[in-house]
Design a protein around this ligand. Structure first.
Ligand code: FAD
Length: 239
């Protein structure tokens, strides 16, 4: 995985599985759960799995209450573009390259390396979506890095000439790195993993999923262990 890919949790609902249990309990409880003590977190998680998820029950609603936010850094623009197609239960704030562009200009002056700002796959053997194989050689990659540097120089020049960032960015290599904040509820996080960790997704967004999973697992262990066992990577898509 690219060493500049980072995923860090910055906020998360405390004891998320107790909250899910409370929401679930309210569905069939005559009183108000405001007066109810939820079971301890791990036990609540087991009950949630048993009553809402096991056997393909599909009662996902209560899982929409707890939320988690990630600071995501260093991922290429293509991942941002793909991630943002998900509209429900997920919020994004992304460096748009209208207000940020200094790092590109810093490539031109040599203050930052090309790869600090632009993403290129590692040298190696790859296949397209149809399985057709090809090689990405060291020499090709070097050429790509040089072109990215040249484009950064033109970008820096345009900013000096007073161009707006949104205008100057037009000729940059497509996969400039962007940082973003990403918030899910537990249901939407699993939906995202359903669609973006499957094998025909682009490898870089699979990397994002792979960095998210251990954090989610630590946060809501019983639910995510069920998810890993039953759904992760199996392309079992929700409608
Ligand atoms: C491998 C892969 C390749 C892709 N390639 C392309 C591509 O080339 N071009 C492209 O444009 N997109 C592409 N997509 C994006 C895809 O078409 C969906 O737009 C994207 O995955 C959002 O999915 P979603 O609707 O499930 O997510 P969300 O928007 O998060 O929605 C979650 C769920 O809410 C419900 N929902 C949301 N909106 C509606 C609605 N308007 N009406 C009814 N129900 C709704 C559905 O049940 C949906 O599953 C690709 C996705 C994948 C996984």
């Amino acid at each position: 995985m690219d060493p500049r890919f980072h995923v860090k949790p910055i906020s998360a609902t405390f004891e998320p599985q107790r909250l899910i249990w409370m929401a679930m309990h309210q569905d069939y409880y005559e009183g108000t759960v405001a007066d109810t003590e939820a079971p301890p977190e791990n036990e609540a998680g087991e009950l949630v799995v048993k009553h809402l998820l096991l056997g393909g029950r599909g009662h996902y609603g209560p899982l929409e209450h707890p939320a988690i936010s990630f600071a995501v850094a260093g991922f290429p623009h293509s991942v941002v573009q793909q991630a943002r197609t998900h509209r429900v239960g997920i919020s994004f704030d992304v460096q748009s390259m209208r207000y940020t562009g200094k790092r590109v200009a810093a490539v031109a002056t040599g203050k930052l390396g090309v790869e600090d700002v632009f993403y290129f796959r590692a040298v190696g053997n790859y296949a397209d979506r149809f399985g057709k194989k090809y090689a990405y050689s060291k020499q090709m990659r070097e050429t790509d890095l040089q072109v990215a540097k040249q484009m950064s120089t033109i970008y820096g020049y345009k900013l000096q000439e007073g161009f707006a960032e949104e205008h100057a960015r037009g000729m940059l290599p497509f996969d400039y790195r962007q940082n973003f904040v990403l918030t899910f509820n537990l249901r939407s996080a699993m939906h995202f993993l359903d669609l973006r960790s499957k094998l025909d997704a682009q490898s870089e967004i699979i990397d994002l999923c792979n960095l998210m999973v251990p954090v989610l697992q630590q946060w809501a262990p019983e639910v995510i262990n069920w998810y890993i066992e039953k759904r992760l990577g199996r392309a079992r898509l929700s409608p």
